[in-house]
Ligand binder design. Structure first.
Ligand SMILES: Cc1cc2nc3c(=O)[nH]c(=O)nc-3n(C[C@H](O)[C@H](O)[C@H](O)COP(=O)(O)OP(=O)(O)OC[C@H]3O[C@@H](n4cnc5c(N)ncnc54)[C@H](O)[C@@H]3O)c2cc1C
Length: 396
């Protein structure tokens, strides 16, 4: 491949970019660099064709769809049976309080506000696109440590694989666990999210519901012929809810949604996971950049986390291709990446964390301002469109 340099101190060629993690965000970055004539290598611990986890639903914004269209992965994803479900309206309300807001795709002049996407289906389509683009992806390569020095980053991979060297290492492993130079700040919400598949006695019509209750927010997302539930509550309450017989669980869910959603007929695949905000204190270190969940893992309340990660990957790819090859991974390039992401990242984190503080509790004195805020948003078209745009495309 053109432009491959060799480091005198090592037999290993110095690649331009080494990506750690071929999850949705790492794969997006690698695909966005295709056609740039850069020498890119990707290492992922999972075996080829496998997913690291049970399927999960990702909330994809319209802006993320545009990125996937540009990368040529949207059409095959949309053609995969059951992979995506459009969200045509989002209904936000609070239990035991007034005020509600309904955002619609029609108001935004878009076919959909966002999409509920199967993680596994997206991963499969991205893996195929990486293979079609002949990107050098090393599956079964578990990265132990990423260290930057003056002019290269070294990526230590578990034996028997050889270490990798690159001008820039991009860490997209979901946790930044392999980069000692990147410290993460953790805020434990002391809550868990119950996720489950819920059946209704009527078609969901593409409407997503977000309901703020005394115990925490509950979201219902349209997915294929059912709804995906994300129910936030305290760990003890979650354990009790998961253990409930199906009719009792559905009755409890119906009580939370009140008149906003009726007709729950079944629930399957109940699981829970702890909720925390984890933020990398700095998204770069010497010769290293972090993206996606490795840079920030957010509460799922606003469906912002994955979309921020896609924008991290896309903006980093733009920054890399705008940089002369010799300067890739330099302090100046990394500073440009940080500057490009600063506003959107800060706003996405603050918006999500603020929403948890405002809506994720039962302080009765907050019900009135919450209700007033929702009423205003619903009544003022300009505010509604501006809010919708920020949710769909992020802050730039
Ligand atoms: C429990 C949980 C539930 C979630 N639920 C939702 C949800 O309902 N809706 C939603 O929109 N978002 C949800 N998210 C967030 C969403 O999963 C992430 O935003 C998204 O997966 C981020 O993609 P990523 O590529 O950054 O990381 P990941 O998807 O975590 O991918 C990381 C990749 O790196 C690889 N890897 C990891 N460690 C190494 C290593 N040492 N060496 C090499 N490769 C490695 C993995 O194999 C994987 O392929 C959830 C997150 C969590 C943790």
């Amino acid at each position: 491949m053109s432009g491959v340099a060799r480091d005198a101190s090592s037999d290993h060629p110095v690649r331009d970019v080494a990506v750690v993690g071929a999850g949705p965000v790492g794969a997006t970055l690698a695909l966005a660099l295709r056609g740039s004539d850069l020498d890119v290598v990707v290492a992922d611990a999972r075996a080829a064709g496998e997913s690291i986890r049970a399927d999960r639903t990702l909330a994809l914004s319209h802006g993320a769809r545009l990125v996937f269209e540009r990368l040529g992965v949207w059409t095959p994803l949309a053609a995969t049976r059951g992979a995506i479900t459009p969200i045509v309206a989002i209904d936000v309300s609070q239990a035991r309080g007034f005020g509600a807001v309904r955002l619609t795709a029609a108001e935004q002049g878009l076919p959909a506000l966002g999409y509920v996407v199967s993680y596994r289906a997206l991963q499969g389509v991205l893996d195929e696109a990486l293979a079609r683009a002949r990107i050098d992806v090393r599956f079964g390569a578990s990265v132990r440590a990423v260290r930057g020095s003056g002019d290269t980053a070294t990526i230590d991979v578990a034996a028997p694989a050889e270490p990798l060297r690159a001008r820039l290492a991009v860490v997209a492993d979901g946790a930044a666990s392999s980069v000692p130079a990147i410290a993460r700040r953790r805020h434990d919400y002391r809550q868990v999210a119950i996720v489950a598949a819920v059946a209704l006695d009527h078609p969901h019509g593409g409407v997503a519901y977000e309901r703020f209750t005394a115990e925490g927010p509950v979201a219902l997302l349209p997915e294929r012929d059912h709804c995906a539930l994300v129910w936030t509550c305290e760990p003890d309450a979650a354990a009790a809810l998961i253990a409930l017989p199906e009719p009792a669980f559905l009755a409890s869910l119906a009580a939370h949604f009140g008149s906003r959603v009726r007709g729950f007929t079944g629930v399957g695949d109940r699981r829970s996971f702890p909720l925390a905000l984890e933020v990398a204190r700095n998204t770069t270190a010497q010769r290293v950049a972090v993206v996606g969940n490795a840079a920030q893992a957010l509460h799922p309340i606003a469906g912002q986390g994955f979309n921020l990660g896609v924008r991290d990957a896309y903006d980093l790819a733009r920054t890399i291709v705008e940089t002369p090859r010799e300067a890739i991974g330099s302090d100046a390039m990394l500073a440009r990446y940080r500057a490009r992401r600063a506003l959107d990242r800060r706003a996405g984190i603050a918006f999500t964390h603020g929403l948890v503080q405002l809506f994720g509790n039962d302080r009765p004195w907050l019900r009135v301002p919450r209700g007033a805020g929702m009423m205003l948003l619903d009544a003022v078209p300009f505010a509604k469109r501006a809010f919708g745009r920020a949710m769909l495309f992020g802050m730039r």
